[in-house]
Design a binder for this molecule. Structure first.
Ligand SMILES: C[S@@+](CC[C@H](N)C(=O)[O-])C[C@H]1O[C@@H](n2cnc3c(N)ncnc32)[C@H](O)[C@@H]1O
Length: 399
């Protein structure tokens, strides 16, 4: 008989509404003898079956739903093949060989694709996966077998080096799971532009795929204009801006490695060294230095890292967002545009809007919000899982 986990009275509602997380405080009776990652049946206090979940005894999120409803699922290779194929198709990617692929895309977006804790990205033929919680960790072989079936011949590299794994009591693991280790730089194309990606050591799985649409949108505003790409990483926004005809881009980032790849990416797309400037340092300091030296720009992108990791960080994060947005408004030339983002899930659209409004007000500039921005469609969210909707942005015009 499978392991069973009973919820406290009244705590079944969020599962019925298809939220995939069960917090330890909602549990009336934990499954006896279940191992980390094992599949457990979730039951309401009255015994009504709610679905099947992966057990994570070390985590505050003690179970993550694989399926909802009364019929339990068999979690194994067939299950993963079906779910991964469905996720790929939702992105217009037909399972099959990726040998000739030059593009990159997130194929599986964890909870949002009904595969909690599993991320799979592809960079051309190369697959990169992250196993973020106990469920995928336990079923790693089945996941790998499913990937082999769906994308024959594709090498698979594991990037399970995220902080979330520590909360699950899981160690960091990075290395090839299938095929050879990837090159230090994997070349991909995005909208016909070339990018080098460090899938072995770069942020996330190497590239911020979630900003794809926004890069194209920003580029349109950069024709003949000077752009400050603040928190530039490997220059994604800069390459798009230069391709659209920006007069110059300035990349600003704290990481020398990321800036070195940004320079390579700009050169790889045929732009001269005079087309860009790379500044390594702390954005909070450098933006102040620009203000003090009266340096100005036509377009500014602010794409900072996640400032709010926990609820306790929220106030400090709000201050940090306001600080950089206020500085950015001050640095814009008349007729300029700010594209400002937050990837902190805890800062929702309404709060982000208020922070940016406060910054606009304090800057004394006349500001219009000319667009709302979100994550790329290969980072979908499920309606019952609002946490999946983490990236938000505003396009602001400054008179
Ligand atoms: C969300 S990523 C930016 C992604 C990038 N816009 C892209 O499209 O590829 C955030 C970047 O901020 C950089 N960073 C973090 N803290 C910083 C700081 N205080 N000053 C400057 N850069 C910082 C990180 O190195 C990282 O490259």
């Amino acid at each position: 008989m499978s392991h069973r986990m009973f919820l406290k009275e009244g705590r079944e509602r969020s599962v019925e509404l298809r939220h995939p997380w069960i917090f330890s405080g909602a549990v009336a009776k934990a499954p006896q003898g279940a191992e980390p990652g094992e599949t457990v049946e979730i039951l309401a206090a009255d015994g009504a079956p709610l679905g099947s979940a992966a057990y994570s005894p070390a985590s505050q999120i003690v179970a993550r739903m694989w399926s909802f409803g009364p019929t339990p699922v068999e979690v194994g290779q067939d299950f993963f093949r079906g779910r991964i194929a469905a996720a790929a198709r939702a992105r217009g990617v037909e399972p099959g060989t990726l040998a000739d692929s030059k593009t990159a895309c997130r194929l599986v977006n964890a909870e949002s694709d009904r595969l909690p804790g599993l991320v799979v990205d592809h960079y051309g033929p190369q697959l990169v996966c992250q196993l973020l919680s106990a469920g995928p960790e336990r079923h790693k072989d089945a996941i790998l077998a499913a990937l082999r079936e769906l994308f024959p011949g594709s090498p698979v590299f594991e990037r399970s080096d995220v902080k979330a794994r520590a909360k699950e009591g899981l160690p960091t693991r990075v290395g090839p799971l299938e095929g050879l280790e990837p090159a230090d730089r994997v070349e991909i194309e995005e909208d016909g532009l070339k990018f080098l990606v460090d899938v072995k050591r770069g942020h996330k799985t190497g590239f911020y795929l979630d900003q794809r649409q926004n890069r194209a949108r920003v580029a349109k505003a950069c024709v003949g204009r000077e752009m400050l790409n603040c928190f530039s990483y490997t220059g994604g926004f800069a390459v798009h801006a230069l391709a659209a005809g920006a007069s110059k881009v300035v990349n600003l980032d704290a990481s020398a490695d990321a800036l070195a790849i940004a320079a390579s990416n700009i050169q790889l797309n045929g732009h001269p060294d005079s087309s860009f400037e790379n500044l390594e340092g702390d954005a909070f300091e450098l933006l102040r230095r620009f203000r003090d030296s009266r340096r100005s720009f036509d377009v500014i992108v602010l794409d900072p890292p996640k400032f709010a990791e926990t609820q306790g960080h929220l106030q400090r994060a709000a201050r940090a967002y306001k600080d950089i947005n206020l500085l950015a408004f001050k640095l814009l030339r008349p007729g300029g545009r700010l594209f400002t983002f937050s990837c902190s899930g805890l800062v929702d659209e309404a709060l982000f809007g208020k922070i940016v409004a406060g910054a606009a007000f304090d800057s004394g500039r006349d500001v219009l919000v000319t667009g709302t921005l979100s994550q790329a469609p290969d980072h979908p969210w499920a309606p019952g899982f609002p946490e999946g909707r983490y990236l938000k942005g505003l396009e602001c015009f400054v008179e």
